[in-house]
Design a protein around this ligand. Structure first.
Ligand code: AMP
Ligand code: ZN
Length: 468
């Protein structure tokens, strides 16, 4: 499996730190509003990365934070006349609803910055002790030049950065030893949430939270650290400096960054005001279509949002859903149960499509090609499913399409939630039909249940059913 690593700027073979395990950290959103579909891109992309590792049999520990202390949250709280906590809690809950709609799995742990302040104070103290940080008038700065490898992720040269950073000196941060130094802790301003610390009552800078939460929930070294490409510099560069200075070890082996979601070829962002929230999209489309749209491009390619592409995604997803539905219908009506030898041979050919799917995903998670492999499988099943095939064969095909789609997080099995009470009712109806010797009706009910994924078994104790 190959992953494009921002650190090495090439596709590297994936070798886990610990066999069979993946430790992965994805920088999460700052919660002061509904998430927009630009924020949804890393969520969908890295959830798919996680799902593929799980499909390959890895045990994935997936950590993604919510940044719940930040200027934007505080400003919004002031605007509404409520506490910052109320704002962040409200939008964390809304974000989780959107994630569920997009079929993004909850992280193993979703830490909150405000609940990890103690750990941050500890790491900052440690950095001061080791000479990597210093305090001035209640503010603590990271001494960037002390960390010799600064710039290794963004491939920036310190001297270029220094000349570019001169403007920082006029922004009131002239107490810094060097314009490249960044804030680890800052004193509170009037009305802001604040925590006690050895340096001042205040709050942490943005970067320290990820170094601390990653170490706490995943350990000093992790396999993959990910986020949008705007995070490469300075956020991830600073995280590396903090973590490696504090732990004396390489922080993350693979750094993955998704490209932007654009609109009219400009980055979608809150500050430009050109954003569409996931919630708005959900009023127009099933969020599965949004997910399909995101995965129809490679994650490192910019993707332009448009109504046309959403319509194309809708059609694409429908083709897969319809194929599964048709297979289930045929399976329900099948006259024979078990696969014949001939069907076994035809079924074995589906391995080619599975291989094409895996090859695409092994090549730096090329979801566009993986979707193409699912389409090829759909085409193959459409041409081989007719003509009195056995139930086992038809169900096998449907299951395979559902399984590969599920690796992409796409729900293509339109099985309505079948309630136990409904099943019982149909079973009773079937019993009545049998008693009345209306075997056609009894068989039709059996098939209807089968299409809903319910198998019946007539036993001496009565009818038993199970979900298949
Ligand atoms: P933020 O809330 O701005 O910190 O962003 C949360 C995540 O969304 C980060 O990984 C960002 O890089 C990512 N992100 C924000 N805007 C976009 C966009 N237009 N396209 C892709 N990713 C984005
Ligand atoms: Zn982060």
């Amino acid at each position: 499996m190959k992953i494009f690593n921002t650190l090495t700027r090439r596709k590297d073979d994936f070798i886990p730190l610990e066999e069979g395990k993946v430790k992965m950290y994805v920088c999460g959103p700052t919660v002061y509003n509904f998430i927009h579909i630009g924020n949804a891109r890393p969520m969908i992309v890295f959830d798919t990365v996680r799902r593929y590792f799980e499909y390959k049999g890895y045990d994935v520990n997936f950590v993604s934070n919510f940044t719940d202390v930040d200027d934007k949250i505080i400003n919004k709280a002031i605007e509404e006349g409520v506490s910052a906590q109320e704002i962040s809690q409200r939008y964390i809950a809304e974000c989780k609803k959107d994630m569920a709609g997009m079929n993004v799995k909850p992280a193993t742990t979703h830490p909150l910055a405000t609940e990890e302040i103690c750990g941050m104070i500890e790491m900052i103290s440690d950095l001061i002790e080791k000479g990597y940080a210093y305090e001035k008038n209640g503010t603590v700065y990271f001494r960037t030049r002390r960390f010799k490898e600064y710039g290794k992720l963004s491939h920036k040269n310190l001297d270029d950065l220094r000349s570019g950073g001169r403007s920082l000196l006029v922004t009131g941060e002239d107490e810094k030893e060097d314009p490249l130094d960044f804030v680890l802790w800052k004193p509170k301003k009037e009305g802001e949430p604040a925590w006690e610390s050895p340096w001042s009552d205040g709050r942490p800078g943005w970067h320290i939270e990820c170094s601390v939460m990653s170490r706490k929930y995943l350990g000093e070294q992790i396999d993959i650290h990910a986020g949008g490409e705007d995070l490469v510099f300075p956020h991830h560069e600073n995280e590396i400096a903090q973590s490696e200075a504090a732990n004396g070890k390489e922080f993350a082996k693979y750094w993955m960054h998704n490209a932007f979601l654009n609109i009219d070829n400009h980055k979608m962002s809150k500050s430009l005001g050109n954003f569409r929230t996931v919630r708005e999209i959900s009023e127009q489309y099933d969020l599965q279509i949004l997910r399909f749209f995101m995965l129809s491009a490679h994650y490192r390619s910019p993707l332009n949002f448009s109504a046309d592409l959403m319509e194309a995604s809708k059609n694409g997803l429908e083709r897969i859903v319809n194929a599964v539905e048709h297979l289930k219908y045929l399976a329900g009506a099948a006259k024979t149960e078990m696969m014949t030898e001939e069907e076994k041979t035809i079924f074995a050919k589906t391995e080619e499509y599975v291989k094409a799917f895996e090859d695409a995903m092994d090549d730096d998670f090329n979801t566009a090609d993986a979707i193409a492999a699912v389409f090829d499988l759909v085409k193959y099943t459409n041409t081989t499913a007719e003509g009195g095939r056995s139930r086992e064969y038809l169900q096998g095909l449907a299951k395979l399409i559902v399984k590969l789609s599920d690796v992409l997080g796409l729900i293509v099995d339109r099985r309505e939630e079948v309630l136990d009470a409904d099943i019982e009712k149909l079973i009773e109806e079937r019993q009545a039909a049998r008693k009345a010797k209306d075997f056609a009706r009894a068989d039709a009910i059996r098939d209807e249940l089968l299409a809903k994924g319910i198998a019946l078994k007539d036993t001496r104790e009565g009818v038993q059913w199970k979900k298949i």
